[in-house]
Design a protein around this ligand. Structure first.
Ligand code: OGA
Ligand code: MN
Length: 287
């Protein structure tokens, strides 16, 4: 396994690994802890091998089960292709819901347990656009003034899915899968338990700060997101079919970019939930 940097602050390409063979997991996991974003090219994961790989990182995220339903796990498809093969119309709520992926975010901060990792693979890519962008919030934390670092270590963001969806289209907040999650509070700093590195933990789902007047808190989280997403911290991934990106939700923010919606784009995604071993206990707040 050979690593090559993609950015000077985080992110590497991992060469010479077939992700269907999982014997290199300890090395992959070490690179994940260290570099936050891993790119593997030319992969051929089907749902079964994708799921087998994801399971090594932690419990598979199953939102239906978290909401109290008895559904079995399914690999998520991030796509504008409908089951009958047609393309999702731009005015469809499903299209608008996926547009919310284009706001800077961390996956699943609105769930009772947030994600540790997303393993995302491209199966259909458009002729132009449709990139996924990442920023290192570990780099943003390191560069923040000491006073802000101290404040972040002791403050909690309040997250709710309706907040990010409302920014795209207010009709989205009435959808059952959007409105069913109550507020969640997460500390603004997630210390990595393996190497002690701290990273800013926030998302477009965060709408205020615990204990602050809502408006003041909203301004604080907006400024924090601007600070984290400066171009200097950013890596933009241009997808090729067979690319797999594996990222550390504790240490990066990401967003999708637009593409011509008369072209198909399909990514397969599996998130694993964070556990106590990943430092979850240190970031969990009230209410
Ligand atoms: C995701 C996501 C962005 C994209 O799958 O969690 O945010 O580029 N995807 O589709
Ligand atoms: Mn996402």
């Amino acid at each position: 396994m050979r690593l090559e940097p993609l950015h000077d602050r985080f992110a590497v390409v991992v060469h010479d690994v077939d992700l269907r063979a999982v014997r290199l997991y300890p090395e992959i996991r070490a690179a994940f802890e260290e570099h936050s974003l891993l790119l593997f090219r030319g992969q051929q994961l089907d749902d079964e091998s994708h799921t087998r790989l994801a399971k090594l990182f932690g419990p598979l995220e199953n939102r239906e089960q978290m909401a109290g339903h008895d559904d079995s796990f399914k690999v998520s498809t991030v796509s504008n292709v409908e089951s009958d093969g047609s393309l999702t119309p731009e005015e469809a709520l499903r299209h608008l819901d996926q547009q919310a992926n284009m706001l800077w975010h961390t996956d699943s901060t609105f769930l009772p347990t947030p994600a540790l990792v997303n393993l995302l693979m491209a199966t259909v890519v458009p002729s132009t656009g449709g990139q996924t962008e990442f920023v290192s919030t570990r780099a943003a934390f390191d560069d923040a003034p000491g006073e802000l670092q101290a404040l972040l270590r002791h403050s909690f963001g309040i997250h709710q899915l309706t907040h990010s969806r409302n920014q795209v289209d207010p009709r989205l907040i009435n959808l059952r899968h959007v409105s069913r999650w109550p507020d969640r509070a997460w500390r603004f700093v997630w210390p990595n338990p393996v190497n002690g590195r701290e990273a800013i933990y926030t998302a477009s789902h965060a709408y205020t700060v615990d204990g602050m007047p809502t408006d003041e808190g909203a301004a604080f989280v907006a400024d924090l997101l601007t600070r984290c997403t400066k171009p200097l911290y950013r890596y933009t991934h241009e997808w090729t079919v067979g690319d797999v990106l594996i990222w550390d939700e504790r240490a990066v923010l990401h967003r999708g970019r637009p593409w011509p919606y008369d072209e198909p784009r399909t990514l397969k995604s599996i998130c694993c939930s964070a556990t106590a071993a990943d430092g979850l206990t240190a970031v969990r707040g009230g209410p």
